[in-house]
Design a protein around this ligand. Structure first.
Ligand SMILES: [Zn+2]
Length: 458
């Protein structure tokens, strides 16, 4: 098969590694997952070797030579740092003492001699859902994914990129506290989470939440229920089956979970206002009548403003068993080809700013921040001559040409401004050109023209 380059995606789990391969044209060359035992319980040495075997298996199945591989995407369950160092306190899936503080990403990169891009499994699944839904538009869209399993995982994607946070802990949706009034029954104990908090989303919307919090309570309300004869762990795993069969107690449990997820999405709506809210987990694979009921309950408890409801959607995460490996492959591909034309409207307002200056050179790292451009703006509806705000943008480097765009909603009056600058030599940037829509009229709001010279707004 003629390929110019590929990336490999690996999903590392407690028992199995899943692998896939994505080519330069954005096509997956395997339509099913390549599975090998993960050997995680045997400790890091064996497990890294198993990840290497996964790469070999994927290449063997497709006949792609290793020389064509540009990067490998890897995900594991957490907790781990943003670049793949397993928690020094240990982690459920990484019980072997050798895993504590182990750099799984770095170790695999060393063994393969290839760049390895790491995400936790929730972030990988979120990235996959985002790409499946938005395709070529991925780089311009945002989404939040909540995936209900043993815990409540997920992630946040902004402009096609995983939001990692300063410590790699962004998007831990499960540990966001949610309002519980009207969710808990009168007399129901405050649900506790393994993270030490009470009343966060995972304490309700996860298998662990069913086992530790919801089922023990509801069994006291339904005395003599069949599930009370079983050990609580085994009983918790059966609750979904009972719900599919219409069991009243099981439905009460899932109603509380749906409410928790809706409230979590409501927080996301106010915090992030994403294009899409994705819901995934075991419930997606449940019998369709139950899945549809659950999904409708989640929607019913997701409070969006009318404008948000029009602009966004709530949908199910598809192909969950492939999501980790395929999301990892997308992460590797995005890393390799770079953000491209992607816009990064980051504002650095903590630095000194002198409105009215033509521009403001910043001698940042050559490959990253090159310049800060000050764009004095006059808002629609303001008094004549008033300077509404000065917006500062970073220009992301893209070869010699750099472009940044302010989102129209970012500016008072909803005006669209494009700033284009071309890098000539060294750190020098010429004055930016502003492209303005015609309706601005004769307003002279170029940089440097601020401060009383702007004529009245039409
Ligand atoms: Zn928690």
């Amino acid at each position: 098969m003629p390929v110019d380059w590929v990336v490999v995606g690996l999903d590392n789990g407690g028992t199995t590694n899943n692998g896939t391969i994505l080519d330069s044209g954005g096509r997956f060359l395997l339509d099913r997952l390549a599975e090998v035992p993960s050997d995680v319980r045997e400790g890091p040495d064996k497990a890294i070797q198993s990840l290497v075997v996964s790469v070999e298996k994927v290449l063997g199945l497709t006949g792609v030579p290793i020389a064509a591989v540009r990067a490998v995407g890897l995900d594991t369950p957490g907790p781990a740092s943003g670049d793949g160092v397993i928690s020094s306190k240990g982690a459920t899936n990484f019980g072997h003492a050798g895993w504590r503080g182990f750099d799984i990403r770095g170790a695999l990169a060393d063994r393969l001699g290839l760049p390895v891009i790491y995400n936790n499994d929730g972030n990988s699944a979120a990235l996959y859902a985002h790409h499946v839904r938005f395709g070529a538009e991925s780089g311009h869209r945002s989404s939040v994914a909540a995936i209900v399993g043993t815990g409540l995982g997920g992630g946040i994607i902004q402009a096609g990129q995983v939001v990692r946070g300063a410590a790699g802990m962004a998007g831990e949706l499960g540990h966001v506290p949610i309002p519980l009034d009207g969710l808990l029954d009168a007399g129901q104990a405050m649900p506790a989470c393994n993270c030490g908090q009470s009343g966060d989303a995972e304490s309700v919307a996860s298998l662990t939440g069913i086992q530790n919090n919801l089922l023990p309570y509801w069994l006291t309300k339904y005395q003599g229920h069949e599930l009370s004869d079983l050990p609580i762990g085994a009983a918790a795993k059966l609750v979904r089956k009972y719900a599919e069969n219409g069991d009243e107690m099981a439905l009460a449990i899932f109603r509380q979970q749906a409410m928790a997820l809706g409230r979590l999405f409501t927080i996301a709506a106010n915090f992030l206002d994403p294009d899409a809210y994705f819901l995934g987990g075991g419930v997606v694979e449940a019998a369709s009548h139950f899945r549809d009921w659950f999904f409708a309950e989640v929607r019913a408890h997701t409070i969006l403003r009318e404008e948000q409801a029009r602009a966004s959607e709530i949908s199910l995460v598809p192909d969950l068993d492939m999501a980790g490996a395929r999301g990892s492959a997308y992460a590797a591909r995005d890393w390799f080809i770079g953000p491209g034309q992607q816009v990064k409207p980051a504002a650095l307002l903590s630095l000194g700013l002198s409105p009215g200056r033509r521009d403001d050179h910043h001698h940042g790292e050559a490959s990253r921040l090159i310049a800060l451009v000050v764009v004095p703006m006059r808002a629609a509806g303001r008094e004549a001559g008033a300077l509404a705000s000065a917006d500062r943008m970073t220009l992301a480097r893209h070869r010699q040409r750099q472009r940044a765009r302010l989102d129209p909603d970012h500016l008072a009056g909803g005006r669209r401004v494009r700033v284009t600058a071309e890098r000539l030599a060294g750190h020098h940037l010429p004055a930016p050109q502003l492209d303005r829509p015609r309706r601005v009229g004769g307003a002279d709001d170029r940089p440097g023209a601020a401060g009383g010279t702007a004529p009245q707004h039409a």
